[in-house]
Design a protein around this ligand. Structure first.
Ligand code: NAD
Ligand code: GLY
Length: 360
Protein backbone atom coordinates (compact mmCIF):
# COMPACT_ATOMS: atom_id res chain seq x y z
CA UNK A 1 0.00 0.00 0.00
CA UNK A 2 1.21 3.52 -0.85
CA UNK A 3 0.57 6.09 1.88
CA UNK A 4 0.55 9.83 1.16
CA UNK A 5 -0.57 12.82 3.14
CA UNK A 6 -2.38 16.03 2.27
CA UNK A 7 -0.86 18.63 4.61
CA UNK A 8 -3.51 21.12 5.63
CA UNK A 9 -2.85 21.65 9.33
CA UNK A 10 -5.84 20.48 11.35
CA UNK A 11 -7.54 19.36 8.12
CA UNK A 12 -4.66 17.09 7.01
CA UNK A 13 -5.57 13.58 5.88
CA UNK A 14 -4.04 10.39 4.49
CA UNK A 15 -4.40 8.96 0.99
CA UNK A 16 -4.01 5.18 0.80
CA UNK A 17 -3.47 3.64 -2.64
CA UNK A 18 -3.31 -0.09 -3.34
CA UNK A 19 -5.15 -3.34 -4.02
CA UNK A 20 -7.90 -4.80 -1.77
CA UNK A 21 -8.34 -1.60 0.22
CA UNK A 22 -12.13 -1.96 0.19
CA UNK A 23 -11.56 -4.57 2.89
CA UNK A 24 -9.69 -2.12 5.11
CA UNK A 25 -11.54 -1.70 8.42
CA UNK A 26 -13.02 1.79 8.61
CA UNK A 27 -14.32 1.35 12.14
CA UNK A 28 -11.90 3.89 13.64
CA UNK A 29 -13.33 6.61 11.37
CA UNK A 30 -16.95 5.70 12.07
CA UNK A 31 -19.05 5.77 15.24
CA UNK A 32 -22.54 4.29 15.67
CA UNK A 33 -23.82 5.09 12.18
CA UNK A 34 -22.52 5.79 8.67
CA UNK A 35 -24.05 6.72 5.30
CA UNK A 36 -22.57 5.37 2.07
CA UNK A 37 -23.45 7.29 -1.10
CA UNK A 38 -22.94 5.41 -4.35
CA UNK A 39 -24.75 4.85 -7.65
CA UNK A 40 -26.64 2.10 -9.43
CA UNK A 41 -23.57 1.00 -11.46
CA UNK A 42 -21.07 0.88 -8.58
CA UNK A 43 -23.45 -0.49 -5.93
CA UNK A 44 -23.77 -4.03 -7.39
CA UNK A 45 -19.98 -4.16 -7.83
CA UNK A 46 -18.61 -2.87 -4.53
CA UNK A 47 -21.23 -1.68 -2.02
CA UNK A 48 -21.65 -4.93 -0.12
CA UNK A 49 -17.90 -5.40 0.10
CA UNK A 50 -17.48 -1.98 1.74
CA UNK A 51 -20.59 -2.21 3.93
CA UNK A 52 -20.21 -5.78 5.21
CA UNK A 53 -17.38 -5.23 7.73
CA UNK A 54 -19.10 -2.09 9.01
CA UNK A 55 -22.38 -3.96 9.54
CA UNK A 56 -20.48 -6.84 11.15
CA UNK A 57 -19.02 -4.35 13.64
CA UNK A 58 -22.57 -3.39 14.61
CA UNK A 59 -22.52 -0.05 12.78
CA UNK A 60 -25.82 1.14 11.31
CA UNK A 61 -25.22 1.58 7.57
CA UNK A 62 -27.50 3.77 5.43
CA UNK A 63 -27.01 2.95 1.75
CA UNK A 64 -27.92 5.76 -0.66
CA UNK A 65 -27.93 4.66 -4.30
CA UNK A 66 -28.20 7.46 -6.87
CA UNK A 67 -28.87 7.26 -10.60
CA UNK A 68 -25.66 7.08 -12.65
CA UNK A 69 -24.07 9.83 -14.66
CA UNK A 70 -23.00 13.44 -14.96
CA UNK A 71 -26.57 14.50 -15.86
CA UNK A 72 -27.55 13.54 -12.27
CA UNK A 73 -24.94 15.74 -10.58
CA UNK A 74 -27.69 18.18 -9.63
CA UNK A 75 -30.11 19.42 -6.96
CA UNK A 76 -32.45 16.42 -7.31
CA UNK A 77 -29.68 13.96 -6.39
CA UNK A 78 -28.45 16.22 -3.60
CA UNK A 79 -31.97 16.44 -2.17
CA UNK A 80 -32.34 12.66 -2.42
CA UNK A 81 -29.23 12.38 -0.20
CA UNK A 82 -30.57 14.90 2.35
CA UNK A 83 -33.96 13.11 2.40
CA UNK A 84 -32.37 9.77 3.28
CA UNK A 85 -29.97 11.26 5.85
CA UNK A 86 -32.94 12.87 7.60
CA UNK A 87 -35.20 9.82 7.29
CA UNK A 88 -32.49 7.63 8.83
CA UNK A 89 -31.87 10.23 11.57
CA UNK A 90 -28.21 10.70 10.68
CA UNK A 91 -26.74 13.32 13.01
CA UNK A 92 -23.79 15.72 12.97
CA UNK A 93 -21.37 12.92 13.83
CA UNK A 94 -22.52 10.52 11.09
CA UNK A 95 -19.78 10.27 8.42
CA UNK A 96 -20.68 10.17 4.74
CA UNK A 97 -18.64 7.83 2.55
CA UNK A 98 -18.54 8.45 -1.22
CA UNK A 99 -18.13 5.16 -3.10
CA UNK A 100 -17.77 5.80 -6.84
CA UNK A 101 -16.35 8.18 -9.40
CA UNK A 102 -16.08 11.94 -9.39
CA UNK A 103 -19.82 12.48 -9.78
CA UNK A 104 -20.64 10.54 -6.61
CA UNK A 105 -17.64 12.10 -4.82
CA UNK A 106 -18.60 15.68 -5.68
CA UNK A 107 -22.28 15.10 -4.75
CA UNK A 108 -21.61 13.21 -1.52
CA UNK A 109 -18.93 15.72 -0.56
CA UNK A 110 -21.30 18.65 -1.04
CA UNK A 111 -23.93 16.83 1.01
CA UNK A 112 -21.29 16.28 3.73
CA UNK A 113 -20.28 19.95 3.61
CA UNK A 114 -23.84 21.15 4.06
CA UNK A 115 -25.85 18.52 5.97
CA UNK A 116 -26.35 19.92 9.47
CA UNK A 117 -23.61 22.46 8.60
CA UNK A 118 -21.03 19.78 7.94
CA UNK A 119 -20.35 16.13 8.78
CA UNK A 120 -17.21 13.97 8.43
CA UNK A 121 -16.50 12.79 4.89
CA UNK A 122 -14.54 9.84 3.47
CA UNK A 123 -13.67 9.32 -0.21
CA UNK A 124 -13.52 5.80 -1.68
CA UNK A 125 -12.87 6.61 -5.37
CA UNK A 126 -13.45 3.83 -7.92
CA UNK A 127 -12.55 5.52 -11.23
CA UNK A 128 -9.07 6.46 -12.38
CA UNK A 129 -10.17 10.08 -12.63
CA UNK A 130 -11.43 10.08 -9.06
CA UNK A 131 -8.32 8.29 -7.74
CA UNK A 132 -5.93 10.76 -9.36
CA UNK A 133 -7.88 13.97 -8.97
CA UNK A 134 -11.43 14.49 -7.71
CA UNK A 135 -11.18 12.56 -4.41
CA UNK A 136 -8.23 14.71 -3.27
CA UNK A 137 -8.42 18.40 -2.40
CA UNK A 138 -11.93 18.97 -1.10
CA UNK A 139 -13.71 20.53 -4.07
CA UNK A 140 -17.34 19.41 -3.93
CA UNK A 141 -20.44 20.52 -5.77
CA UNK A 142 -23.09 20.13 -8.42
CA UNK A 143 -23.72 21.40 -11.95
CA UNK A 144 -26.18 24.12 -12.94
CA UNK A 145 -27.82 24.02 -16.40
CA UNK A 146 -25.86 27.21 -17.16
CA UNK A 147 -22.48 25.98 -15.97
CA UNK A 148 -20.38 23.08 -14.63
CA UNK A 149 -19.71 22.89 -10.89
CA UNK A 150 -21.34 26.28 -10.37
CA UNK A 151 -22.68 25.46 -6.89
CA UNK A 152 -20.44 23.88 -4.29
CA UNK A 153 -18.13 24.12 -1.29
CA UNK A 154 -14.63 23.26 -0.18
CA UNK A 155 -14.90 20.35 2.23
CA UNK A 156 -11.87 18.16 2.82
CA UNK A 157 -12.29 14.41 3.38
CA UNK A 158 -10.84 12.76 6.51
CA UNK A 159 -9.44 9.89 4.42
CA UNK A 160 -9.03 8.86 0.78
CA UNK A 161 -9.01 5.13 0.11
CA UNK A 162 -8.11 4.33 -3.52
CA UNK A 163 -8.52 0.59 -4.12
CA UNK A 164 -6.72 0.01 -7.42
CA UNK A 165 -8.50 -3.34 -7.93
CA UNK A 166 -11.70 -1.43 -8.66
CA UNK A 167 -10.15 -0.15 -11.89
CA UNK A 168 -10.40 -3.67 -13.35
CA UNK A 169 -14.13 -3.18 -13.96
CA UNK A 170 -13.85 0.33 -15.37
CA UNK A 171 -14.85 0.68 -19.07
CA UNK A 172 -11.95 1.51 -21.43
CA UNK A 173 -13.47 4.89 -22.31
CA UNK A 174 -13.55 5.87 -18.61
CA UNK A 175 -9.94 4.73 -18.12
CA UNK A 176 -8.87 7.02 -20.96
CA UNK A 177 -10.89 9.89 -19.49
CA UNK A 178 -8.94 9.50 -16.24
CA UNK A 179 -5.66 9.59 -18.16
CA UNK A 180 -6.46 13.16 -19.29
CA UNK A 181 -6.11 14.38 -15.69
CA UNK A 182 -2.98 12.25 -15.20
CA UNK A 183 -1.34 13.85 -18.26
CA UNK A 184 -2.37 17.26 -16.87
CA UNK A 185 0.04 16.93 -13.90
CA UNK A 186 2.93 16.24 -16.27
CA UNK A 187 2.03 19.25 -18.40
CA UNK A 188 1.62 21.78 -15.60
CA UNK A 189 4.47 20.87 -13.22
CA UNK A 190 6.17 17.50 -13.69
CA UNK A 191 8.10 17.10 -16.95
CA UNK A 192 9.79 13.88 -15.76
CA UNK A 193 6.32 12.38 -15.18
CA UNK A 194 5.22 13.52 -18.66
CA UNK A 195 8.21 11.68 -20.13
CA UNK A 196 7.36 8.61 -18.03
CA UNK A 197 3.79 8.73 -19.37
CA UNK A 198 5.04 8.87 -22.95
CA UNK A 199 7.12 5.76 -22.31
CA UNK A 200 4.44 3.86 -20.37
CA UNK A 201 1.09 4.78 -21.96
CA UNK A 202 0.64 1.33 -23.48
CA UNK A 203 1.13 -0.31 -20.07
CA UNK A 204 -1.44 2.04 -18.54
CA UNK A 205 -3.97 1.23 -21.26
CA UNK A 206 -3.32 -2.48 -20.68
CA UNK A 207 -4.04 -1.85 -16.96
CA UNK A 208 -0.61 -2.97 -15.81
CA UNK A 209 -1.02 -2.82 -12.03
CA UNK A 210 2.45 -1.42 -11.25
CA UNK A 211 2.16 1.26 -13.93
CA UNK A 212 -1.31 2.32 -12.77
CA UNK A 213 -0.15 2.49 -9.13
CA UNK A 214 2.81 4.66 -10.10
CA UNK A 215 0.58 6.99 -12.16
CA UNK A 216 -1.92 7.34 -9.30
CA UNK A 217 0.85 7.94 -6.76
CA UNK A 218 2.61 10.64 -8.83
CA UNK A 219 -0.70 12.29 -9.63
CA UNK A 220 -1.73 12.37 -5.96
CA UNK A 221 1.70 13.67 -4.88
CA UNK A 222 1.36 16.52 -7.38
CA UNK A 223 -2.23 17.25 -6.42
CA UNK A 224 -1.50 17.14 -2.67
CA UNK A 225 1.42 19.59 -3.08
CA UNK A 226 -0.66 22.06 -5.07
CA UNK A 227 -3.64 21.85 -2.70
CA UNK A 228 -1.42 22.24 0.37
CA UNK A 229 0.00 25.44 -1.15
CA UNK A 230 -3.33 27.04 -2.13
CA UNK A 231 -6.24 25.12 -0.61
CA UNK A 232 -8.98 27.60 -1.55
CA UNK A 233 -7.55 28.65 -4.93
CA UNK A 234 -7.00 32.23 -3.81
CA UNK A 235 -3.41 32.70 -5.06
CA UNK A 236 -3.22 35.75 -7.35
CA UNK A 237 -0.90 33.93 -9.75
CA UNK A 238 -0.58 30.20 -10.40
CA UNK A 239 -1.51 28.14 -7.35
CA UNK A 240 -4.40 25.70 -7.41
CA UNK A 241 -5.90 27.31 -10.52
CA UNK A 242 -3.15 25.58 -12.53
CA UNK A 243 -4.96 22.28 -11.95
CA UNK A 244 -7.61 23.66 -14.28
CA UNK A 245 -5.48 23.48 -17.43
CA UNK A 246 -7.91 22.87 -20.30
CA UNK A 247 -10.92 23.06 -17.97
CA UNK A 248 -12.29 26.47 -19.04
CA UNK A 249 -12.59 25.21 -22.62
CA UNK A 250 -13.53 21.73 -21.36
CA UNK A 251 -16.35 22.93 -19.13
CA UNK A 252 -17.76 24.83 -22.13
CA UNK A 253 -17.76 21.56 -24.08
CA UNK A 254 -19.50 19.64 -21.28
CA UNK A 255 -22.18 22.29 -20.72
CA UNK A 256 -22.59 23.08 -24.42
CA UNK A 257 -23.04 19.44 -25.45
CA UNK A 258 -25.26 18.57 -22.45
CA UNK A 259 -23.84 16.94 -19.33
CA UNK A 260 -22.63 13.39 -19.93
CA UNK A 261 -22.37 13.53 -23.74
CA UNK A 262 -18.63 14.18 -23.57
CA UNK A 263 -16.93 12.65 -20.52
CA UNK A 264 -15.19 15.17 -18.27
CA UNK A 265 -11.74 13.78 -19.14
CA UNK A 266 -12.50 13.85 -22.86
CA UNK A 267 -13.56 17.49 -22.65
CA UNK A 268 -10.41 18.28 -20.64
CA UNK A 269 -8.21 16.64 -23.32
CA UNK A 270 -9.75 18.65 -26.17
CA UNK A 271 -9.77 21.76 -23.95
CA UNK A 272 -6.10 21.26 -23.13
CA UNK A 273 -5.25 21.20 -26.83
CA UNK A 274 -7.07 24.56 -27.16
CA UNK A 275 -5.06 25.95 -24.23
CA UNK A 276 -1.84 24.69 -25.83
CA UNK A 277 -2.83 26.19 -29.18
CA UNK A 278 -3.35 29.53 -27.42
CA UNK A 279 0.03 29.15 -25.66
CA UNK A 280 1.60 28.53 -29.08
CA UNK A 281 -0.11 31.62 -30.53
CA UNK A 282 1.29 33.72 -27.67
CA UNK A 283 4.75 32.57 -28.69
CA UNK A 284 5.38 30.42 -25.61
CA UNK A 285 5.11 26.87 -26.95
CA UNK A 286 6.88 25.55 -30.03
CA UNK A 287 4.89 23.68 -32.71
CA UNK A 288 6.85 20.54 -31.83
CA UNK A 289 5.74 20.71 -28.17
CA UNK A 290 2.07 21.02 -29.14
CA UNK A 291 2.40 18.10 -31.56
CA UNK A 292 4.15 16.03 -28.88
CA UNK A 293 1.23 16.49 -26.46
CA UNK A 294 -1.28 15.76 -29.21
CA UNK A 295 0.49 12.45 -29.85
CA UNK A 296 0.25 11.54 -26.17
CA UNK A 297 -3.50 12.29 -26.01
CA UNK A 298 -4.07 10.29 -29.20
CA UNK A 299 -2.06 7.41 -27.70
CA UNK A 300 -4.30 7.62 -24.61
CA UNK A 301 -7.34 7.37 -26.95
CA UNK A 302 -8.56 10.85 -26.11
CA UNK A 303 -10.03 13.49 -28.44
CA UNK A 304 -7.71 16.31 -29.50
CA UNK A 305 -10.39 18.48 -31.10
CA UNK A 306 -13.52 19.95 -29.53
CA UNK A 307 -17.04 19.63 -30.94
CA UNK A 308 -18.25 22.21 -33.43
CA UNK A 309 -20.24 24.42 -31.07
CA UNK A 310 -19.13 27.62 -32.81
CA UNK A 311 -16.56 30.01 -31.33
CA UNK A 312 -19.26 32.43 -30.12
CA UNK A 313 -20.98 29.71 -28.11
CA UNK A 314 -17.65 28.62 -26.60
CA UNK A 315 -16.86 32.19 -25.59
CA UNK A 316 -20.33 32.71 -24.14
CA UNK A 317 -20.10 29.50 -22.07
CA UNK A 318 -16.54 30.33 -20.99
CA UNK A 319 -17.82 33.69 -19.72
CA UNK A 320 -19.63 31.76 -16.96
CA UNK A 321 -16.46 30.01 -15.79
CA UNK A 322 -15.32 30.36 -12.18
CA UNK A 323 -12.03 31.68 -13.53
CA UNK A 324 -13.79 34.83 -14.72
CA UNK A 325 -12.92 37.49 -12.15
CA UNK A 326 -14.23 41.05 -12.58
CA UNK A 327 -15.17 40.20 -16.16
CA UNK A 328 -11.67 39.00 -17.15
CA UNK A 329 -11.07 35.40 -18.12
CA UNK A 330 -7.99 34.08 -16.32
CA UNK A 331 -6.64 31.32 -18.56
CA UNK A 332 -4.28 28.51 -17.56
CA UNK A 333 -1.58 28.33 -20.23
CA UNK A 334 1.81 26.67 -20.68
CA UNK A 335 5.08 28.61 -20.79
CA UNK A 336 6.89 25.33 -21.47
CA UNK A 337 6.00 21.66 -21.15
CA UNK A 338 6.02 21.12 -17.37
CA UNK A 339 5.44 24.79 -16.51
CA UNK A 340 1.97 26.38 -16.38
CA UNK A 341 0.93 29.94 -15.64
CA UNK A 342 -2.34 31.81 -15.12
CA UNK A 343 -2.79 34.61 -17.65
CA UNK A 344 -5.58 37.17 -17.88
CA UNK A 345 -4.06 39.14 -20.78
CA UNK A 346 -4.78 36.77 -23.68
CA UNK A 347 -6.50 38.81 -26.44
CA UNK A 348 -10.05 37.67 -27.24
CA UNK A 349 -9.09 37.38 -30.92
CA UNK A 350 -6.37 34.84 -30.05
CA UNK A 351 -8.71 32.85 -27.76
CA UNK A 352 -11.24 32.72 -30.59
CA UNK A 353 -8.56 31.65 -33.09
CA UNK A 354 -7.36 28.89 -30.74
CA UNK A 355 -10.91 27.54 -30.44
CA UNK A 356 -11.46 27.64 -34.21
CA UNK A 357 -8.12 25.92 -34.87
CA UNK A 358 -8.98 23.09 -32.47
CA UNK A 359 -12.62 22.33 -33.32
CA UNK A 360 -13.83 19.37 -35.38
P1 NAD B 1 -18.25 9.31 -13.03
O1 NAD B 1 -18.31 9.53 -11.61
O2 NAD B 1 -19.46 9.59 -13.85
O3 NAD B 1 -17.81 7.80 -13.29
C1 NAD B 1 -17.66 7.33 -14.61
C2 NAD B 1 -18.52 6.09 -14.89
O4 NAD B 1 -17.89 4.94 -14.34
C3 NAD B 1 -19.90 6.15 -14.27
O5 NAD B 1 -20.82 5.51 -15.12
C4 NAD B 1 -19.71 5.32 -12.99
O6 NAD B 1 -20.92 4.78 -12.50
C5 NAD B 1 -18.79 4.23 -13.48
N1 NAD B 1 -17.94 3.60 -12.49
C6 NAD B 1 -17.37 4.16 -11.40
N2 NAD B 1 -16.51 3.29 -10.83
C7 NAD B 1 -16.56 2.16 -11.58
C8 NAD B 1 -15.88 0.92 -11.52
N3 NAD B 1 -14.93 0.69 -10.62
N4 NAD B 1 -16.19 -0.02 -12.42
C9 NAD B 1 -17.12 0.22 -13.40
N5 NAD B 1 -17.76 1.39 -13.54
C10 NAD B 1 -17.47 2.35 -12.63
O7 NAD B 1 -17.07 10.14 -13.73
P2 NAD B 1 -15.58 10.46 -13.25
O8 NAD B 1 -14.81 10.57 -14.49
O9 NAD B 1 -15.13 9.55 -12.18
O10 NAD B 1 -15.73 11.89 -12.58
C11 NAD B 1 -16.11 13.01 -13.36
C12 NAD B 1 -16.65 14.07 -12.43
O11 NAD B 1 -15.62 14.47 -11.51
C13 NAD B 1 -17.10 15.32 -13.13
O12 NAD B 1 -18.34 15.72 -12.62
C14 NAD B 1 -16.04 16.34 -12.79
O13 NAD B 1 -16.53 17.65 -12.78
C15 NAD B 1 -15.62 15.88 -11.42
N6 NAD B 1 -14.28 16.32 -11.02
C16 NAD B 1 -14.14 16.85 -9.79
C17 NAD B 1 -12.90 17.24 -9.33
C18 NAD B 1 -12.74 17.77 -7.95
O14 NAD B 1 -11.65 18.25 -7.62
N7 NAD B 1 -13.76 17.68 -7.11
C19 NAD B 1 -11.78 17.06 -10.16
C20 NAD B 1 -11.94 16.49 -11.41
C21 NAD B 1 -13.21 16.11 -11.83
N1 GLY C 1 -9.59 19.65 -10.26
C1 GLY C 1 -9.16 20.96 -9.89
C2 GLY C 1 -8.91 21.15 -8.45
O1 GLY C 1 -9.08 20.26 -7.66
O2 GLY C 1 -8.56 22.21 -8.04
Amino acid sequence: MINLNVSLGARSYPIHIGPALLDMPLGSFVGRQVAIVTNEVVAPLYLERLARPLKKAGILVTEIILPDGESHKNWESLNAIYDRLLAERCDRTTPIIALGGGVVGDLAGFAAATYQRGVPFIQVPTTLLAQVDSSVGGKTGINHPRGKNMVGAFWQPRLVLADTDTLNTLPDRELSAGLAEVIKYGLIRDLAFLEWLEANMDKLLARDAAALSHAIERSCINKAEVVAGDELETAKQGGRALLNLGHTFGHAIETGMGYGVWLHGEAVAAGTMMALELSRRLGWLADAAVERVERLFVQARLPVRGPKLGAERYLDLMGHDKKVIAGRLRMVLLKHLGEAVTWAEAPQTEIRAAIEARCE
